[in-house]
Ligand binder design. Structure first.
Ligand SMILES: [Mg+2]
Ligand SMILES: [Zn+2]
Length: 205
């Protein structure tokens, strides 16, 4: 036991690339605030996309802003129930997430402790950085997939590449607002599965 611990301590951990995935509009349908598990629906090819990452041995890490908590639209307990529903729907599709990171904050709405100027609300890179620390991830080799410019911005600030999906808000953002994006996408994909295929090609998988 002692030796194993020592071995573990001395073996350098080589950071691995990951694919970070936004929730609403990217992994699941954009339906506004998901204030009940019954409102959560995976997009059609999402389980397949996550399964591709699982099969390739690439960590699939959810990073999501849920300011509805700070705003008082739903509680942390409801978010937990929604997350359990998400995990169950993915499991039905033979897929799993390797990490789930949520920002429940808002800089001005609601009350403390959730009303705060945090470092984790995308476009800030805090969620990605926390995941990288916890899971020993190589951010520079990683890809963040999302349907909003703030996802691309968070990717860039974390040193990762950013893919815009055309699901959720993505198509409207790309067609009508791309000239005002703070950060251009490294790739535009039809949906999460296409984004994952692009990421895996870049990783040589
Ligand atoms: Mg989104
Ligand atoms: Zn936060």
């Amino acid at each position: 036991m002692r030796n194993r611990r020592l071995q573990h301590t001395l073996t350098p951990v080589v950071p691995r690339p990951a694919v970070f995935i936004d929730r609403d509009g990217t992994l699941t349908e954009e339906v506004g605030y998901v204030n009940h598990p019954s409102r959560l629906r995976l997009l059609p090819r999402s389980a397949r996309a996550v399964r591709r990452l699982n099969d390739a041995g690439i960590p699939a890490v959810l990073v999501t802003n849920q300011a509805g908590i700070a705003r008082g639209y739903f509680s942390a307990e409801v978010l937990d129930a929604v997350t359990r529903e998400l995990v169950a729907q993915l499991k039905d599709g033979g897929a799993h997430l390797d990490g789930i990171y949520v920002c429940p904050h808002h800089p001005s709405a609601g009350a403390p402790p959730y009303r705060m100027e945090c470092g984790c609300r995308k476009p800030k890179p805090g969620l990605l950085e926390r995941a990288a620390g916890d899971l020993a991830l190589d951010l520079k080799g990683s890809v963040m997939v999302g349907d909003k410019p703030s996802d691309l911005d968070a990717a860039a600030r974390a040193g990762a590449r950013g893919v815009l999906v055309l699901t959720g808000y993505g198509r409207g953002e790309w067609e009508y607002r791309r000239t005002v994006f703070p950060v251009a996408p490294d790739h535009v994909a039809e949906d999460l599965l296409d984004a994952v295929e692009w990421a895996l090609r870049g990783l040589g998988r």
